[in-house]
Structure formats: C-alpha cells, structure tokens
Design a protein around this ligand. Structure first.
Ligand SMILES: CCN(CC)CCN(C[C@]12C[C@](c3ccc(C(F)(F)F)cc3)(C1)C2)C(=O)Cn1c(SCc2ccc(F)cc2)nc(=O)c2c1C=CC2
Length: 399
C-alpha cells in the first residue's frame, strides 16, 4: 500500500534521544561529529533537519554525478522536510557511566545519514558519536579558517564598522571522485587510515569531555558539554560503520585497543591491507545485505575468522546496500526499489533486526547488564529474515 509510514523511525529504547554537533579545533585536522545521547524529557527542543544545509545536497549531486542545480531542487523536494528522530541540544540525562559508540559513515555519505541506527542506540542508553570524515570521501563537509588580513580589510572597507573579531570563515570540502586513470587502492587505503585516526581523535575528545576539561566547540550550539562529565564508561567502547565505514571499523580496531569490539554493516573490504588482519584482536560482527556482497569481498572478511576471537556474520534477507542509511525510509516503495534504496524486506523490519543483533553483540562483548541478550539468537542468524553467515557462494580456493 502506498501510504507506508514515512520518516525515519525513532529509537525504541526507554530513553528520549538528544543530538548536538561538535567541531573541535576548527581546522581540517580537527574532529567533527554529531553526538546522539539519552536526554531529559523536554517539550521546547525541536528536531533538526535531516540534511543540515544545501551544501550537502550539492555534494550528494557531485557524488551521484548529477548536476547541482537540478538536484538541489529534487533533493529539497524529496528530502528537504525530513527531521531527525532526536531533540536538538536537549539536556543530557545523567545515569551513571554509559557505554560509547563511534560511528563511521560510507563513501559519499556524511554524519547525519545514519540517524535511525544512532538514535536507536542512544535510546537504549549509549552515547554515540557519528563522525564526519575529512578524507574527501564524504559528499560534503566543512571546517573553518581565521579570516585573513585581506578578507578583513575587504569586509571592513565594505562596512563602516571595523569588524575586529577574527571571526571564522567556512570552508567546504566536497567528495573527491577517482581521477581518470588513477589507481583506486592507494587513495582508499590512505583514506581508511585517516578515517581510523579521526575515529580515535573523536574518542580522545570524548575522554577529555568525560574528564570535565573545558570544551572548545568551534560550532555555536546551546548544548552544555560540562553535563557530560563522568558520563562515559571508558572500558565499554565500540566502533561501528557502514560500507567504507565498515573497513574503517577494522582499521580502527587494529590501531586502538580501547575499542573493545566492532560492528561492520555491509563492509567494503577493498581499502584494507591484508597485513592488518592478523593484528586485529577484538571481536567483530559483520551484518551484511543480501544484494551488495560478492565472493572477493566476503573472502576477505573470512580472513578475519578466528577460533579464539569471536567473529560473527549474518545476512539480512531482502536487503540492499542502502538498507542501512536513512534514505531507505524516505521514499515510496516503487521509487525506493527503482533507485535501489529499498530491498524486498520492509525497511523498518530490516533495521530492527540489525539494531537488535547489534545490541546483543554489544552486551556480550562490552559486558553490559541489560536485557539485550534476549536477541542472542539473531547473532547466530536464527530468524526467518536472517541467514547465518552469507548467501554469497564462495569460489573454491585453488587447492
Ligand atoms: C555513481 C557513484 N558511484 C560512486 C563510486 C557509486 C555510488 N554508490 C551507490 C549509491 C549510493 C547511492 C544513492 C544514494 C542516495 C540516493 C538518494 F537519491 F536517495 F539521495 C540515491 C542513490 C548511489 C546508491 C556507492 O558508492 C555505494 N557505496 C556507498 S553508498 C553510502 C551512501 C552515500 C550517500 C548516501 F546518501 C547514503 C549512503 N558507500 C560506500 O562506502 C561504498 C559504496 C560502494 C563501495 C563502497
């Protein structure tokens, strides 16, 4: 039926969800993420737009190789009015030390596009930082530079009042497509290393916030970061990501042992060096779509199989690559299927299975004392809509 309930599903857990943006050290080297967290009931906070500003639509157009002016109107018309299922800058709800998740987006995406997953985790009691990468894999991202003398001179000459404050000027970075004839691996491998460093930087920033250190946010928001002092359990930290973000999970686990486990959603293994696989010591959960995976990609995931470290894999029947980002909820059935944004399965059922299996895996490997273990069978693929392991037929390796 055409009137399927539109909009991004809210978290199902007991906590209302807040979100706020953080940009540390306004330069390109800084850390930029959206924080989702359990918040206090509040009627005055409103829900922010799903896509923060038009530059992101422009970046998406570049990524999709469609022209900007046309696409800006199409995206605005199709997606411009959607809200995120979270309350902007709502006050944090203290409740002891909460587990922490760092989320890494896919190629051509950015920090706001996985809000159904991040809001669900926050509603279940997690603090989630969805990073926006500056490796030129995001459709768009921004940072700032100090206004230079000439810029100030130009502006003051324009205005009578001398604007002496060295205000910051926005710089936008757009998706960098592979140049003609450029080899893809060196680019993607350097990007995945930078992405891992950015996930680690975001975690270190959260550690500082947790210690009560003063917080310099380059973005002017209404959120009081000091309320997050002593809010995080620094032993219960996981890293999660979609596609290129799934590769980022593995690179990050290899580089930083503070991350106790990783969840890779439809991971794209191409950017990774084979030599890092034996160096990853933490549990990993691969949650795959039915349509995206192929033998070469799966066989690289299997190189991480281990008899001593828990490595799990499930496939959600009827899903496509876009079943994980929010787009899958935002179009009608036929256009969604046409654009490969929806698979055969109901998008809400698919993301529900993904979230519950994730929560069960997190409880097991972060040692949480919640009731997420009720979903342990999903980790083994025990559900009508799940396949244990993969549907992909693996090539018989040469004897
Ligand atoms: C032609 C461009 N070509 C670039 C190499 C391939 C483009 N592509 C397939 C697409 C993304 C698609 C998409 C988005 C969004 C609408 C919209 F209309 F809804 F906006 C439509 C159609 C176009 C499906 C992918 O890259 C798939 N993919 C992704 S998609 C992550 C993403 C991006 C933008 C989003 F808004 C949401 C999610 N993340 C990865 O890490 C990897 C891959 C492939 C390998 C590694």
């Amino acid at each position: 039926h055409s009137c399927s309930n539109f909009g991004i599903p809210a978290g199902k857990g007991p906590n209302p969800v807040g979100c706020t943006d953080f940009m540390m050290d306004h330069t390109i080297k800084g850390s930029f993420f959206r924080l989702y967290y359990p918040c206090q009931e509040t009627e005055k906070a409103e829900k922010p737009d799903w896509v923060p500003c038009k530059e992101y639509f422009n970046g998406l157009a570049d990524f999709m190789k469609i022209n900007r002016s046309l696409s800006e109107h199409i995206f605005k018309y199709l997606f411009g009015s959607y809200k995120i299922p979270a309350f902007l800058d709502a006050p944090y709800k203290p409740d002891g030390k909460r587990p922490v998740i760092i989320f890494s987006h896919g190629l051509g995406a950015f920090r706001t596009l996985y809000s159904a997953i991040c809001a669900e985790l926050a509603s279940q009691g997690f603090i989630v930082a969805s990073v926006e990468h500056r490796d030129q894999s995001a459709s768009a991202t921004y940072f700032f530079h100090e206004k230079t003398e000439s810029e100030t001179a130009k502006q003051t000459s324009a205005k009578t009042s001398a604007s002496t404050d060295n205000t910051l000027v926005e710089d936008w970075m757009y998706y960098r497509a592979l140049q003609h004839g450029e080899r893809e691996f060196p680019l993607r491998n350097s990007q995945v290393k930078l992405r891992a460093d950015e996930c680690i930087l975001a975690l270190n920033k959260l550690f500082e916030v947790n210690s009560g250190a003063a917080v310099q946010n380059a973005l002017k928001t209404e959120f009081d970061w000091t309320t997050l002092e002593d809010s995080m359990d620094l032993c219960r930290i996981a890293v999660m990501g979609h596609s290129f973000g799934g590769a980022t999970v593995i690179e990050t686990l290899c580089k930083e042992v503070k991350f106790k486990c990783g969840i890779a959603l439809d991971a794209w293994m191409f950017p990774l060096d084979d030599e890092i696989f034996p160096r990853v010591k933490q549990p990993i959960f691969f949650i795959n779509s039915e349509k995206f995976q192929w033998a070469g990609n799966i066989s690289r995931m299997k190189k991480l199989d281990s008899t001593v470290i828990q490595r799990k894999m499930i496939t959600i029947r009827g899903t496509v690559h876009q079943s994980f980002p929010d787009f899958t909820f935002l179009t009608g059935n036929w256009i969604g299927k046409l654009m490969k944004l929806k698979g055969e399965i109901d998008p809400q059922l698919a993301i529900d299975l993904c979230n519950k299996a994730t929560l069960a895996f997190l409880q097991r490997h972060l040692g949480l004392e919640k009731n997420f273990n009720q979903w342990d069978p999903l980790i083994e693929g025990e559900d009508d809509n799940l396949i244990k392991g993969t549907n992909v037929v693996l090539l018989q390796s040469a004897i």
